[in-house]
Every structure is written in C-alpha cells, then in structure tokens.
Design a binder for this molecule. Structure first.
Ligand code: NAD
Length: 496
C-alpha cells in the first residue's frame, strides 16, 4: 500500500503518523494509499519550517521570484497530463476534465509571473516642501491555504502562485480525499528552484486545520470548502487575528427566458449540471425556466442526458463516479427525497449502467422537473449529478428566487435580449454572472468569489484582489534634509 505523507522543508516527512486516512480510486472502490494526517506537533514543525524560509524568500529579488514562477509554469505545462491522471485516479472526474482544471490553474501561474508589475507601488513627488511619498506592498509572512476535494490542483493554484510570487511562504492543507496532485506539484516547485520551506504540503483533517487557524505564526488563511466549514474557519481564524478569505458552498441557478435559444440552453444546462458529476462549486443545479419554455427545455435536456456515458474517467466517458461511497449515498438520498416531496423524476441516475467496476461510486445524471423552492433538492447544496428544473411565470419571479437563495456564487441568464441580460447583470445578487455562459469562472486576471454564504471575508481569489490579500500596504513619507529645514511645530502635519 502506497503511503502519502507531508512535504516539509523540500522533502517528504520521515516521521510516523499517529493517524492515517484511506485514499480511494472512486472508479474501482479500491483503497490505493494511506495518507498521513498531521497532528499539532507536525503542524508546528511545518509552520516553523515556513517561518524560517519566509525571511529569505521575502529578500529574494522580484526577478529571482518571477524566474521561479516561470520555471514552475513550464514544468506544470509539461507535466499537466501526469497531474490530470492523479486527479482522475483519486477524484474520479474524467481525464479531459482533469486536464481542464490544470489548464485553468496554469492561467493563475501565468498571472503570477507578472508579479513584478503587479507589486509596483505609486510615488508622489513634492507632497509638501521637499517631501515625497511612495507606497509599497509587502508580503505577510506565512500564509495557510486549505483546499477542497473537488479541484485538487486548480484551487491550490488559485492561491499558492500568487502568495509565493508576492514573497510569502505557504502551508497548503489539501483535501485528504485526493492528495497526490498537490504532492506532485510541490515537487515541481522544488524542481523550478523554489527554496525549501517556502511551500509546505501538510496533509490532515480538522485537527490540522484547527491548529493552523490558531497558530500565532500564520498570518492569513485562504479557505475553500463547504459553507459550514468556511464559516467556522472564518470565525476561528479572524478571532485569532488573521486575515481570512473563506469561499463556501453554492447553489447556482440558470435563468432561461422565453426568447432564449433552447438548444444552446439545453447544451449548457447539461454541461454545467453534469460536468465533473456536479461536484463543482460553479455547477448549475437549478434551471429556472420562464414559461412557456419549460416543456420544450426539459425535453431537450432529457434527450441529451440520455446520451451521456457514465463510467471510469480513464475510458473516455462523459461523467465519472462520485468521490466517495458516503457522498454517493448522500446524493442518492436526495434523489429519494425529491421523489418523496413530489418532484417529477425525468431521468433517474440510480439506474445507471456504468462503464466501469461494479464497486465504483456510481450515480448517473439525474433530472428533476417541477421542483419547488421548499424541496430539499432545491434548498440544499447536493454537490452531485442532480439537475432540478423550477418553473416560473416571469423574469421577476425567477430573479426573486435567485436573490432569495442564501448562496450567491455563480449564476447565468440565457436570452437573446440584450436589455434583459443587462438588467439581470445589474439586479442579481451573485458574485459571478454568465450571459449565455453557464459556468462563468473568471479568468486569472479577474478575481473569483461569490456573495452571501458563498464567501466569508471580502477578498476574492486571484487577480488584483488575490495580490491585495497576500500583501499589506505601507506608505513612506520621506524628506531629505536641506539647509533650510528645522524648527519645532506641534501642529498636525499638513502640506505647505
Ligand atoms: P469541506 O468543507 O468538507 O472540506 C474543505 C477542506 O476543509 C478540506 O481540506 C477538509 O480537510 C477541511 N475540513 C473539513 N471539515 C473541517 C472542519 N470541520 N474543520 C476544519 N477543516 C475542515 O469541502 P469539500 O467536501 O472538500 O469540498 C466541497 C465543498 O467545497 C462544496 O461545498 C463546494 O461548493 C465548495 N467549494 C467552493 C468553492 C468556491 O469557490 N466557493 C470552490 C470549490 C469548492
């Protein structure tokens, strides 16, 4: 049995873990590795190594830091297929999708390669007689990144390259369900020339996270995961004086207006509802159909769903298994609850015949129609391949439904009416909006983040907000003495 352990000080940890956790191949159900889980002592060791490395890394010139980023970018591009294979083996998503996540992560590395430009401050000459002012942004020191299972490469890459390029040392705590992609990427960082200790990969569960949240040498925490844990992370880490961005769960709606191209909308609903088996924070889980289009739209979605092939992600299927048996059973429980609550089950994924081992964690694409807002399939984040169609009578009713939802991560409108799209963009209370684009994940040079219970804290990930999050501002007011200086004046400094 393979053992997966922490990456501390530029090498794999040599200690013996008191607790381990099994890593599964979701397509076969097999346990493929035992993962070491960090206790408080290992967290302390990891943070101490990061503290020691951060002083030297902060002093490295912008050019030196950017060169490491460029080298890492090259290595990651060359090894993208290896990273993707690890993702498929532990997460279950199909290979093409895993490669897509690495590509989106690479874009953040490319953004962070421009850090010398991004960190440029401003300068004002002569704010007062002989006085100049300039601003700089400096790294925080040691920062922690805690990531979820559903994007084992991309979510760490939302934060790690930006934090490192800005001069911080990072302790990454990936999901315990799929730890191998982050482990390979840590080795690539070393190969790229990153000094030992600047990136630590610490494996663990709640015990390790809670220790990090309280650790006095951790200055900031970037968290991505479910809303209850995001809230806990935000409350605990801010109470311990840290800067926190905690991205939480989602329930994303796609509003389809009567004038929309229904074939485009049906394609989009299927892609965004069932890609990665619905285990995406930007997955569409509710299609809000403005009448009279619902009958036609449901028929078009059902026809496409019937053609999807569910199976082992290495076999060219459209959709893979769910991440664990427990999660598969939980999602199947929601399907049963939807039927009990009176929703119309158009396609039942529990009947799926997968192209894969009978022991995989399978659930096929499931489509409900006539879902109403009180049903648990609508209210809860299911995080699986279950798409619900909610029928509404008007744009206003659809908008009201979306704005009343406690989550506000992503949403999309499908229409050919530019005025309606513009109005939706203005009125909807959601952080990321697509117009005829079902998964509006921003490019790396914009920032990713939701509203309401999809984000605790006010900084979004990557882009300008990411750079801001991982640095703090300093403003320097300077006067170089000239022969005319001097004189005591107790008044508040003003410009003269
Ligand atoms: P999760 O909340 O169970 O775990 C996320 C991380 O927190 C993991 O590293 C895990 O080890 C750790 N963790 C789990 N329970 C903890 C606890 N009680 N205390 C401290 N740490 C804990 O989430 P998940 O199941 O890995 O990921 C799926 C969730 O992540 C979904 O809710 C999804 O919407 C969300 N997500 C959100 C975004 C976003 O950008 N908003 C992106 C990806 C995923």
């Amino acid at each position: 049995m393979e053992r997966i352990t922490h990456w501390i000080d530029g090498t794999h940890w040599s200690g013996t873990a008191a607790r381990t956790s099994p890593v599964h191949d979701p397509a076969t159900g097999e346990v493929t590795a035992a993962l070491d889980l960090a206790d408080g002592a290992v967290v302390d060791q990891a943070v101490a190594s990061a503290v020691a490395a951060s002083a030297g890394w902060r002093r490295a010139s912008l050019t030196q830091r950017a060169r490491v980023l460029f080298a890492f970018r090259q290595l990651l591009a060359e090894r993208a297929e290896d990273v993707a294979a690890l993702i498929t083996a532990e997460h279950g998503k199909v290979l093409s999708d895993a490669l897509g996540e690495v590509t989106r992560g690479l874009e953040v590395v490319e953004f962070a390669c421009g850090m010398p430009h991004l960190l440029k401050g401003s300068h004002s000459e002569g704010v007062s007689s002989g006085v100049d002012v300039h601003s700089v942004r400096q790294p925080l020191g040691v920062v922690a990144v805690v990531s979820p299972f559903n994007f084992p490469a991309m979510v760490p890459l939302w934060f790690v390259p930006v934090a490192i390029a800005a001069g911080n040392a990072v302790v990454l705590k990936p999901s315990e369900k799929d730890p191998s992609a982050p482990d390979l990427m840590a080795q690539l960082w070393k190969e790229a020339g990153l000094p030992d200790g600047v990136l630590t990969v610490l494996h663990g569960d709640r015990e390790a996270v809670d220790h990090l949240l309280r650790h006095p040498d951790v200055r900031a925490v970037s968290f991505v995961g479910s809303t209850p844990v995001a809230r806990h992370v935000y409350e605990t880490a801010t109470a311990h004086g840290k800067r926190v961005q905690a991205l939480g769960g989602a329930k994303n709606h796609m509003l389809v207006l009567p004038d929309a191209d229904l074939d485009l909308a049906a394609d989009a609903a299927v892609n965004a509802g069932f890609g990665s088996a619905g285990e995406r924070c930007m997955a569409i889980s509710a299609v809000v159909a403005v009448e009279p289009v619902a009958d036609a739209l449901v028929a078009k979605i059902a026809e496409r769903v019937a053609r999807l092939r569910t199976g082992d992600g290495r076999r060219g299927c459209d959709m893979g298994p769910l991440v664990t048996r427990e999660h598969r059973d939980r999602v199947a429980g929601y399907v049963a609850a939807g039927v009990d609550a009176g929703a119309e089950l158009v396609v039942d994924g529990r009947d799926v015949q997968p192209d894969g081992s009978p022991d995989g964690f399978w659930l096929g694409p499931t489509l409900f129609d006539r879902v109403t807002p009180g049903m648990s399939v609508y209210t809860d984040e299911i995080f699986g391949p279950v798409l619900s169609v909610v029928r509404v009578g008007s744009y206003d009713e659809g908008l009201g439904l979306i704005n009343a939802n406690p989550y506000g991560n992503g949403t999309a409108i499908f229409t050919n009416d530019g005025g309606a799209a513009r109005r939706f963009e203005y009125e909807v209370e959601v952080g990321m909006v697509g117009v005829n684009v079902p998964i509006p994940v921003p490019m790396a040079y914009y920032s990713f983040g939701g509203w309401k219970q999809s984000l605790f804290g006010d900084s979004h990930a990557h882009g300008a907000e990411g750079v801001h999050f991982f640095t703090r501002g300093k403003v320097v007011t300077s006067r170089w003495l000239d022969p005319g200086h001097g004189g005591v004046d107790l008044g508040f400094p003003t410009h003269s």
